[in-house]
Ligand binder design. Structure first.
Ligand code: LER
Ligand code: MN
Length: 273
């Protein structure tokens, strides 16, 4: 398991991203704390200098674990299920660009907010049909590129499709692809799962990515989420991906990043020597 931290160029205080600012400088800060990897949040792959990112990652022995795509939805309104077909097309094209970036940076690409909401669609049926068709198109490119797409189970207050891990597992099954996996997030699991450890074990090797935040979405250790149970379940299923800190940057990005690392490393790295 790798420990990763979210990085964004700019976002509101309410957005659950930790390090904020110039991507290269934030990767350096993450490496200094001891992180194994960084999760990049961006709305357009053109926002970053890929060769420079690769160079600094190599120099500092840190990797990119994942690319968060939700900013394309938040900043530009791109949705894979928009009622406007031209917006859907644009969202698919953007996902293809993200997949190309995932190939270059050898990391997973997240499908979270960019899947849109049923409530913004004409009907449940047209929502699911658009999502299925567009996901299939993205998945074809992902498979050819050797990039894994991960679809996030998001709590009911933020998303109205795929709230639980088992709903995500059932949904991805129909695509029958090694390159489509389930993405779990401790903040959402705390709201939606009956038994978190059991749900993780049932999902097993279909889990492809993990976000961590405490139950109040502050950095781990600030509230009552049971990280030991989650991390032990992930060890049981032999999860080899990243635990990426996607939490509020309170009280400051630096403190949230450092304290997440100090708290979580005890669960992740114990018994590993
Ligand atoms: C995105 O990864 C997420 O977890 C959502 O709650 C959006 O903030
Ligand atoms: Mn998340």
């Amino acid at each position: 398991m790798k420990l990763a931290i979210t990085v964004v160029n700019e976002a509101s205080q309410q957005a659950p991203f930790v390090l904020r600012g110039d991507y290269i400088e934030m990767i350096k800060d993450a490496a200094k704390i001891g992180y194994d990897a960084v999760e990049l949040h961006l709305s357009d792959p053109n926002d970053i200098n890929i060769p420079e990112i690769k160079k600094v990652c190599k120099e500092l022995d840190i990797s990119i674990s994942s690319i968060g795509t939700g900013l394309a939805y938040v900043r530009e309104g791109l949705s894979l299920t928009s009622n406007d077909m031209s917006v859907q097309k644009e969202a698919v094209n953007r996902m293809k660009d993200f997949i190309q970036l995932g190939k270059e940076l050898e990391c997973v690409v997240i499908i979270g907010l960019i899947k849109g909401l049923i409530k913004d669609n004409e009907s449940y049926e047209s929502y699911v049909s658009s999502l299925n068709n567009n996901l299939r198109e993205c998945l074809q490119i992902a498979e050819m590129s050797g990039v894994t797409l991960v679809i996030e189970a998001v709590n009911r207050y933020e998303g109205d499709f795929l709230n639980t891990i088992s709903e995500c597992v059932d949904y991805i099954e129909q695509f029958n692809s090694e390159y489509l996996k389930v993405h779990i997030d401790t903040f959402h699991m705390n709201i939606e799962e009956d038994d978190i450890g059991k749900s993780i074990i049932q999902a097993g090797n279909r889990i492809g990515h993990v976000h961590i935040a405490d139950s109040n979405r502050q950095y781990p250790g600030q509230a009552h989420y049971n990280f030991e149970e989650t991390i032990n379940a992930l060890k049981k299923i032999d999860y080899k991906g990243a635990l990426s800190a996607e939490c509020l940057s309170l009280p400051t990005p630096e403190i949230a990043a450092r304290e997440t690392y100090n708290y979580i490393r005890n669960f992740v790295y114990e018994e590993m020597v």
